[in-house]
Design a protein around this ligand. Structure first.
Ligand code: ASP
Ligand code: MG
Length: 424
């Protein structure tokens, strides 16, 4: 008998028929002798609908007071899901009980709309499991120290599931979703993209942070920190497929690099259209300038991604960085009104129509010439690179948004990702 956590995304929970299917699948795992905790998302479209209602009443809703209420509202989506799934399980003859985040409780900090989980008290859940019940826990939500309801950011149910699996030392956390695993890149852009049987935790972390929307990045961080065995698999296989086959399907996020079967140098191509670039021209090149620019940005709670500072000329330099596109207007305002004047910048420029394309692979550690191969492939397509950033296992370029698909296709081909790798 194992303790297993299943997570079902919004599409998998999208209608009562689908919820019934989820219940049948979970019931199959129960009959195989497992203890089950199930973490569903809100029914697809529901979180958008709820937040849309709030927006109708307060279009520019960013005050802390409004943010608190947004979490209050958004958390109800998952509350409906857990209740429905518990009923569906009971209808299958499986004893089941549902909990919201605060009932568990899942304790978080107070950053509304992007709260971080601080701890999970699993006592109540364990008692239910011991009593033979399937426990259905609402994803995406928690409660802060002052009993305010919080949510974990869009896509946060992944993180809820992994955090619960970590807290309970579950044997495995299975993320059921509308794709059947992690691909070398998005098959909607490159039809030849292949599903990876395994991907290392570090690669998955890069892929998630670089824009692959399969898993919320924080869920991968949790999985890494607590070494939670994690698998991404399809919720659209028939619920009654053989459980052993199901348990091996999808993509395993593995920790054992040596056992990594696919020995490609580059494992995947990630991309992200959600960024925007801002530039300060002609700032004095002196100690503290980067801090003077980025300090206020960080204080405004704006995440910074790629940063470039040019070589100086005549004591002046140019400074560019990227932010999430949602933060673009706010960042421009900050630079134009505050940071620009304070640093004596000659000019503030911005470009929201950029994207970031990245190659990812732990094989890059031990191979040279990988980045130059990337740059050659892009130059052969006539694509201009605006910014470059690297880590041990990835190289990212910022390019004009209109070349994104072309770049992804060219790189997928250049690194032979359409071919099954030797040893796979
Ligand atoms: N329902 C939330 C969202 O749409 C959380 C999730 O689905 O993971 O973002
Ligand atoms: Mg999701």
């Amino acid at each position: 008998m194992a303790l297993i956590v299943h997570k079902y995304g919004g599409t998998s929970m999208g209608s009562t028929d689908r919820i019934r299917n989820v219940a049948k699948r979970v019931a199959k795992w129960v009959r195989a002798g497992h203890q089950m905790v199930v973490v569903p998302s809100a029914m697809s479209g529901e979180t958008n609908r709820l937040l849309g209602l709030a927006k109708e009443l307060s279009p520019a809703s960013t005050t802390p007071e409004v943010m608190r209420e947004l979490d209050m509202i958004a958390a109800t989506g998952e509350q409906v899901s857990v209740g429905l799934l518990a009923i569906a399980l009971q209808a299958e003859g499986v004893p089941s009980v549902s909990y919201t985040g605060w009932q568990v409780p899942v304790s978080t900090d107070s950053s509304y709309t992007k709260a971080r989980i601080e701890s999970i008290d699993d006592k109540r859940v364990r008692e239910d499991l011991a009593a033979g019940r399937v426990v259905v826990v609402a994803g995406f939500q928690g409660i802060d120290a002052d009993n305010n309801i919080t949510t974990l950011g869009r896509g946060g149910s992944d993180t809820s599931a992994v955090a619960i699996a970590a807290a309970m030392k579950a044997d495995e956390c299975l993320i059921y979703t509308d794709v059947d695993g992690v691909y070398t890149t998005d098959p909607r852009i490159v039809p030849e993209a292949r599903r990876l049987h395994t991907i290392s935790f570090e690669e998955m972390l890069e892929m998630a942070s670089l824009g692959s929307k399969i898993l919320q990045i924080r869920s991968v961080e949790f999985a890494g920190k607590y070494r939670v065995p994690l698998r991404v698999l399809s919720s659209f296989t028939p619920w009654d497929i053989d459980i052993n086959e199901e348990a091996k399907s999808g993509t395993l996020i593995s920790f054992e690099e040596d056992e990594k079967m696919e020995q490609a140098v580059v494992s995947g191509i990630a991309f992200n259209r959600d960024e925007a670039k801002v530039t300060l021209l002609g700032v004095p090149d002196k100690p503290g300038i980067a801090f003077q620019i980025l300090g206020p940005v960080a204080e405004a709670n704006i995440d910074i991604d790629v940063i470039i500072q040019n070589v100086s000329h005549d004591g002046k330099t140019d400074f560019s960085f990227t932010v999430h596109r949602n933060d673009y207007a706010r960042t421009m305002e900050l630079l134009q009104n505050t940071v620009g004047p304070a640093t004596n910048a000659a000019k503030v420029m911005g470009d929201p129509k950029i994207c970031k394309v990245s190659i990812v692979g732990i094989g890059m550690r031990s191979h040279v010439g990988v980045a130059s191969k990337m740059f050659r492939a892009l130059s052969e397509e006539g694509i201009n690179i605006q910014m470059i950033s690297t880590s041990e296992i990835k190289t990212s370029v910022v390019i004009d948004e209109k070349y994104m698909e072309l770049a992804v296709r060219a790189l997928h081909k250049a690194f032979d990702l359409d071919q099954e790798q030797a040893g796979a």
